[in-house]
Ligand binder design. Structure first.
Ligand code: NDP
Ligand code: 2IT
Length: 451
């Protein structure tokens, strides 16, 4: 990196760390964007003078609130709720809600920061936000989850709305939770609007929203692979996670002719050398979404598969890797193992799953690597399409939504090529996505004055 850019990044980061101590994930996300954008900023001094980047790294608003609820035995529990309204320059705040015991302010801010650039890349008018709670839905009854969601929404409803802030799902928040959240919102506000996305199909949801993140990641990977004359056909694919994103990434990859050999959860991973097929996929959907079981049960049902407790799937040799579980789940050693195993394409379905060291390993090896903000944008993009359908009170067919999702993923890929192609022809998708996402938001902020 040039001297100016390097100095700018270091002094910016020193200030950011001093102001936001201990927020490691937030620091990591900001440093990555800053490193891409700093050389670009040098050519546009008005963006520097107007401290656009400093403004982008300061949330417009952060709401932190108490969420009291009772379990089935009557015991009282207190969780912490968050909503980070990061940037509304190009549209209402938009981003998911995460329920996971690891949720804290740093994780909420990193996700809201990433969301701002991701949403800009979708080409749709959506600002960036994220929310959640340290509530752990694992092992809770439906009634407990409902009481928690109702308590959470009782406070959150004061700050959101169809034209203000539109939450959706993320880790630990799927169709069931969105239903409970929407029901309580409607009850308290007395309005039936598109204030949440990921709604049920009978009550304002969009066809293909559940599938969109995983499918979109595969469409993005198809575009990347095509630049090297490759495709999913016959490729071996390693996937982490067994939740919403992993399930539909696996389904689409196998339908595109790939052999998907792993799925995982926080307890371990399963390796099926024969690969998933439609019947095994149907079992996984039932196991995870109806029974709410653990992925190790796959190896009991299909004895040809092996379960590796406490391990991650990156040591399995593959052509394509799709991390679809959580942040920093793929480190430098895992990246070296993937490259050594012949992997030539890493497409992120999760948000920030690869550590900075892992990204460096992929880029040094000159393999195809896409950051989540580009390749997992299909989820929020389809949320944007759900908002459009709600606004015009119509429902598009699956074919119409899929066509738009395809177009959006292909446009994001084109934007990455435009801003990320290096002198030797290698496409740095991190740089491409960060600069393309940044420009639109930065220009909108300039147009709107000092806000
Ligand atoms: P789900 O809750 O449906 O699934 C999450 C999966 O990841 C589970 O298998 C879970 O295992 C695993 N996981 C979660 N936390 C950890 C952890 N700390 N360590 C190891 N494994 C973990 O969530 P989604 O599939 O919706 O989300 C997965 C990722 O994709 C997240 O990074 C999310 O931010 C991102 N994303 C989601 C979108 C969406 O539309 N849902 C859109 C764009 C990005 P376990 O059951 O053991 O917790
Ligand atoms: O990280 C993400 O993009 C999501 N969890 C989806 C957000 C949304 O508003 O659909």
């Amino acid at each position: 990196m040039e001297k100016f850019a390097q100095k700018y990044v270091e002094s910016f980061m020193a200030d950011l760390i001093a102001k936001n101590p201990g927020e490691l994930e937030f620091h990591q996300a900001v440093r990555e964007v800053l490193t891409s954008v700093a050389p670009y900023l040098q050519a546009y001094p008005h963006l520097l003078d107007n401290k656009i980047m400093e403004r982008m790294a300061e949330p417009e608003r952060v709401i932190i609130f108490r969420v009291p609820w009772t379990d089935d035995s009557g015991e009282v529990h207190i969780n912490r709720g968050f909503r980070v309204q990061m940037n509304s320059a190009i549209g209402p705040y938009k981003g998911g809600i995460r329920f996971h015991p690891s949720v804290n302010l740093s994780i909420m801010k990193f996700l809201a920061f990433e969301q701002t650039f991701k949403n800009s890349l979708t080409t749709l008018p959506m600002g960036g936000g994220k929310g959640g709670s340290d509530f752990n839905p694992r092992g809770k009854s439906d009634a407990e989850v409902m009481r928690f969601c109702q308590s959470f929404m009782t406070e959150l409803q004061k700050y959101i709305g169809a034209d203000t802030d539109v939450p959706a799902g993320d880790i630990g928040v799927g169709g069931r939770e969105v239903g409970f959240l929407f029901g309580q919102y409607k009850r308290l506000r007395d309005e039936f609007t598109g204030t949440l996305t990921g709604k049920g199909l009978a009550w304002g949801g969009s066809l293909l929203r559940p599938e969109a993140t995983g499918y979109g990641a595969c469409y993005f990977a198809q575009e990347m692979l095509a630049t090297r004359g490759k495709s999913f056909e016959g490729a071996t694919v390693v996937i982490s996670g067994a939740g919403n994103v992993a399930q539909y990434a696996a389904q689409k990859a196998l339908r595109l002719g790939a052999k998907v050999v792993t799925l995982s959860d926080s307890d371990g991973f399963v390796y099926d050398p024969d690969g998933l097929d439609e019947e095994k996929m149907a079992y996984v959907f039932h196991l995870k979404n109806v029974l709410r079981g653990r992925i190790k049960e796959y190896a009991v049902k299909y004895p040809g598969a092996q379960y590796f407790p406490g391990e991650k799937p990156w040591k399995i040799a593959c052509d394509i890797a799709m991390p679809c579980a959580t942040q920093n789940e793929l480190d430098g050693d895992a990246a070296r193992a993937l490259v050594a195993g012949g992997c030539y394409c890493v497409t992120e379905g999760a948000n920030m799953p690869s550590t900075p060291e892992a990204i460096e390993v992929f880029q040094r090896a000159r393999i195809l690597y896409s950051p989540g903000k580009a390749s997992n944008a299909g989820g929020v993009a389809t949320s944007g399409l759900e908002m459009s359908q709600n606004s015009i009170r119509q429902k598009w067919t699956a074919e119409e939504v899929d066509a738009q999702l395809h177009r959006i993923m292909s446009d994001i890929h084109a934007a990455c090529l435009r801003y990320g192609t290096e002198e030797d022809g290698y496409v740095n998708y991190v740089k491409g996505a960060n600069i393309a996402g940044f420009i639109k938001v930065a220009n909108a902020m300039m147009d709107q004055g000092l806000v």
